[in-house]
Design a protein around this ligand. Structure first.
Ligand code: SF4
Length: 364
């Protein structure tokens, strides 16, 4: 903290508020006490506007530089199946949207090629994700077994939905070290309404991935209708409750076409940036992704900079470049032009590098 106090432009008064927050957080983590006062402090920062928001994000970036270094970590994303047995109201990959003629499951050959492309581009980590489609698990395991010699120290992370313990164990034995399972919102009635799925089952599945020895990554969304600042403060604490130890994401809600939430309001981008900064303050050593939807046309930033750059400037440290082959993308609703969901390409990363004047952390 003493070192951080030397950060230019941050006033003594602001540091006092931050110190109070950190003390409340440490106390809560150790004793489970003081939740009300902690939530109150978090809500005050969530509401930060103008100069306070600016200070919060400067501090988030400063802590990121101190704890994670100044390079932006490059992660390669490969999507491997658009089949999902869950029916989340906000997701275009929901079960009700899938017709048999649209099913796209990647072949082992294409998956091996996509992971190799990510490795060649210098990714330090490869993130493989799909809808909740247990059938695709064995394709990934076969691909990872084939690639064993070539992966070197590259970390393999997956998000394939809720699986059973046998499947988690198979993934771990194939070299997956981290499993991402987003809780989206820890407000239980809201979670169950939006996901048409039991919250306790999701929590059990998150624990199931940890039980076989994988690290758990997680994440949540800002901007659901009816979500309060108290809910978001609870989400910030729930990450710790689930023993997440090295990665958490936050995304601003953007309504997708072809979903029951198509006409709902876009989430608050300023609040999302505040949450990135708060995540960095509460979890300084975590990988915090630049949200892949940051450059969506639906998000309205009052800035000439790209959304990806603003997320980085709030304290995020990883960027996810998309290596999904075109053959698979064609069946994904999330890539529809109508959804205006920009895919993170080399071009958008080049813009990020130019705007931030930082380099990528790559695997040489
Ligand atoms: S958010 Fe995940 S679990 Fe829910 S419908 Fe989409 S892919 Fe399936």
């Amino acid at each position: 903290m003493e070192k951080l106090k030397q950060t230019e432009n941050i006033s003594e008064q602001f540091f006092l508020k931050i110190e109070k927050l950190i003390n409340l957080w440490e106390r809560f983590k150790e004793t489970d006490e003081g939740k009300e006062a902690l939530n109150e402090a978090l809500v005050e920062f969530l509401n930060s506007e103008k100069s306070d928001a600016e200070l919060l994000r400067i501090l988030g970036a400063r802590i990121r530089d101190e704890r994670k270094g100044t390079k932006i970590k490059l992660v390669g994303t490969v999507e491997i199946s658009n089949v999902c047995r869950v029916n989340c109201l906000y997701c275009s990959m929901r079960r009700d949207n899938l017709s048999k003629d649209k099913i796209q499951r990647i072949s082992k050959h294409d998956l091996v090629a996509s992971i190799k492309n990510a490795l060649l581009s210098g990714c330090t980590e490869v993130f493989v994700q799909s809808g909740e489609d247990p059938q695709i698990v064995d394709v990934l395991i076969e691909a990872l077994n084939e690639l064993k010699e070539e992966l070197g120290g590259v970390k393999i992370v997956t998000n394939l939905g809720d699986l059973d313990s046998k499947q988690y164990l198979k993934l771990k034995n194939a070299g997956v070290t981290q499993y991402v399972s987003n809780f989206e919102t820890s407000n239980i009635p809201m979670h169950e309404r939006l996901r048409e799925h039991s919250f306790s089952k999701r929590v059990s599945a998150m624990k199931g991935a940890q039980a076989v020895g994988m690290d758990l990554g997680s994440g949540f969304i800002i901007g659901f209708d009816g979500q309060t600042n108290q809910d978001i403060a609870n989400d910030l604490c729930f990450v710790n409750k689930m023993n997440v130890r090295n990665m958490t994401s936050v995304t601003c809600f953007t309504p997708s076409e072809e979903t029951p939430l198509a006409h709902e309001k876009v989430g608050d981008v300023e609040k999302t940036l505040n949450v990135i900064a708060l995540l960095r303050i509460l979890y300084p050593d975590f990988d915090i992704p630049i949200p892949p939807n940051s450059n969506s046309e639906k998000l309205n930033y009052n800035s000439p900079l790209s959304g990806m750059t603003l997320a980085y400037q709030a304290g995020a440290n990883t960027v996810y470049e998309n290596f999904t082959p075109e053959s698979v993308k064609s069946g994904y609703g999330i890539y529809n032009i109508a959804n205006k969901r920009p895919v993170v390409t080399k071009g958008s990363i080049d813009r990020l590098i130019e705007e931030t004047d930082r380099n990528l952390l790559v695997n040489n």
